[in-house]
Design a protein around this ligand. Structure first.
Ligand SMILES: NC(=O)c1ccc[n+]([C@@H]2O[C@H](COP(=O)([O-])OP(=O)(O)OC[C@H]3O[C@@H](n4cnc5c(N)ncnc54)[C@H](O)[C@@H]3O)[C@@H](O)[C@H]2O)c1
Length: 317
């Protein structure tokens, strides 16, 4: 493992990442510029640890020990002093990330690892102006970071192989499933796959092919049932390459090719219907339904992880 760890930015992603390192035994300094965000982050960690205890995947004592290892602070330099790993989770604004990394580099030791949870910036742009780009990488977690196993890893091209391996080892040690990308592309792999699917789903909705409920049901009761166990490339192998050649040849010309977001998505955003967080999106989330759906998602993710773990265990005899 690695210790101590600094997590910078205690928003949607930062609190989950802090929880992961603390649960794996590291002392975690969780820094944010905003005290209420720090307090909110700790409440989220408490809620998430309680869920893990309720679901029987974490002992109550281990949960309180993990919680005690998270040290919230608004003092950036204090959070960074002596940190062996710094995970940046501030908003997706390049200038802000550059300014933060410049401050980080002034404080941390030369062998510290500096990683970013950026969703969109290439590592080369993030590291522009860095004194030691060879210690920088992207580690792209998924929301909720404490429950989704995948982390996509994009090291700076100058990072020595031994250090890349170290990043992968650290992520495995906190229970993640790291995937090392061979090349830096916008959206990495996971968001490209998701964006292709969401673009088509919203196109089908806009053109009246099915209702929002039915489009969601088609996925959760259809292809989505296989996806926790079977990726798209192996799915082609199992279905037959000849079959998929015909499927793609016949369907590709029919698929949505819009280069931007569809009009009905833009209109909702413009009138302030942003989904669960404002109470309305394509579905209705009034009366606490959004919060309830998020809690249901988290519990389902914990149980799914447990099911996958059991299925991957070798047979007893
Ligand atoms: N939300 C997601 O689903 C998701 C998924 C993967 C990656 N990401 C990426 O993770 C990063 C963080 O996203 P988020 O959704 O957690 O954002 P967020 O807005 O929820 O949280 C960002 C936090 O950073 C704090 N902050 C802002 N400037 C700061 C600074 N200079 N120093 C310290 N703290 C500062 C804010 O007060 C806020 O609490 C972004 O790069 C985003 O693209 C987000």
């Amino acid at each position: 493992m690695i210790d101590p760890v600094a997590v910078i930015g205690a928003g949607v992603m930062g609190h989950g990442i802090a929880q992961l390192f603390a649960a794996a035994g590291a002392q975690v300094r969780l820094h944010d510029v905003d005290t209420p965000r720090l307090e909110g982050a700790l409440r989220e960690v408490d809620r998430s640890l309680l869920l893990l205890v309720e679901e029987g995947v974490l002992q109550a004592q281990a949960a309180s020990a993990a919680r005690a290892r998270i040290h919230p602070t608004t003092d950036l330099e204090g959070a960074l002093r002596g940190a062996a790993l710094v995970t940046e989770c501030i908003p997706e604004i390049l200038d802000a990330k550059h300014a933060l990394f410049a401050r980080v580099e002034r404080v941390v030791a030369a062998d510290a690892l500096l990683v970013s949870n950026t969703s969109t910036f290439p590592i080369a742009r993030l590291a522009e102006g860095a004194v030691h780009p060879e210690r920088m990488a992207i580690t792209h977690y998924f929301n909720p970071a404490q429950l989704v196993p995948l982390v996509e890893v994009v090291p700076h091209p100058s990072m020595p192989p031994g250090r890349v391996e170290r990043v992968m080892e650290i992520l495995s040690a906190i229970g993640k499933r790291p995937v090392l990308l061979r090349r830096d592309v916008p959206g990495f792999v996971a968001n490209r796959l998701q964006a292709a699917l969401v673009r088509e789903a919203l196109h089908l909705l806009e053109t009246g092919v099915a209702s929002a409920e039915d489009i969601d049901t088609v996925l959760t009761e259809g292809p989505g049932v296989r996806w926790p166990f079977l990726g798209p490339v192996e799915m082609v192998d199992l279905g037959g390459l000849d079959v998929w050649r015909r499927v793609i040849d016949n369907l590709a010309p029919e698929l949505c090719r819009e280069e931007g977001a569809p009009a009905h998505l833009r209109e909702r955003v413009e009138r302030g219907d942003l989904g669960a967080k404002t109470g309305a999106g394509f579905h209705d989330y009034a009366g606490g339904r959004g919060e309830a759906r998020l809690r249901h998602r988290d519990r389902a993710l914990v149980r799914l992880a447990e099911l996958k773990r059991r299925l991957e265990e070798p047979p007893r005899d």
